[in-house]
Design a protein. Structure first.
Length: 166
């Protein structure tokens, strides 16, 4: 592979605007590439970390293999406790939506579990959110409505099989 060219630091704000635009145009691969270029120059850039995480989750429905390790590594790089909780919820919610679209055995139970996890993260984020910023509430309500609309229920605990001791 040819050696990648390095982005100039003063070009970061414009590059991040382009990355967000590519996400809105449903081109997460382009946004991901831009964020990787920004992070190569400024590894702690929070806006780039968040945009990269969102670009990766945009690819869940496209059959693109995004590992939990990848998303967890990005979440761990977030400085704000609120951001870590809120975006953990976003990841779980988007995985749940992908599961619902798969129509495979067990996908509804998995979707319920993931939505419950997302709701937990949004509840964790809510008291940490800045004043007048209720995104965690909005996302929690969305998850609750998805559960209701799709009549999702928790998986019943499997009955224990007792084996006689010999």
């Amino acid at each position: 592979m040819p050696e990648l060219k390095r982005l100039h630091k003063d070009a970061i704000p414009a590059a991040l605007e382009k990355a967000e635009r590519y996400r809105l145009l449903n081109e997460p691969g382009e946004a991901e590439s831009i964020c990787l270029d920004v992070l190569a120059v400024d590894p702690d850039n929070q806006r780039a970390i968040i945009t990269l995480l969102l670009a990766l989750t945009d690819r869940f429905d496209k059959g693109y293999g995004v590992s939990e390790t990848e998303t967890k590594e990005l979440l761990a790089r977030m400085r704000s406790e609120y951001d870590r909780a809120y975006y953990s919820g976003i990841v779980a919610e988007r995985r749940a939506k992908t599961k619902l679209r798969q129509h495979t055995p067990g996908c509804r139970f998995q979707a319920y579990d993931l939505l419950s996890e997302a709701m937990h993260w949004f509840e964790t984020a809510q008291p940490l959110s800045p004043p007048g910023h209720d995104d965690a509430v909005l996302r929690w309500n969305t998850c609750a409505r998805i559960i209701e609309r799709n009549k999702l229920v928790a998986r019943e605990e499997e009955e224990r099989v007792e084996f006689p001791l010999e």
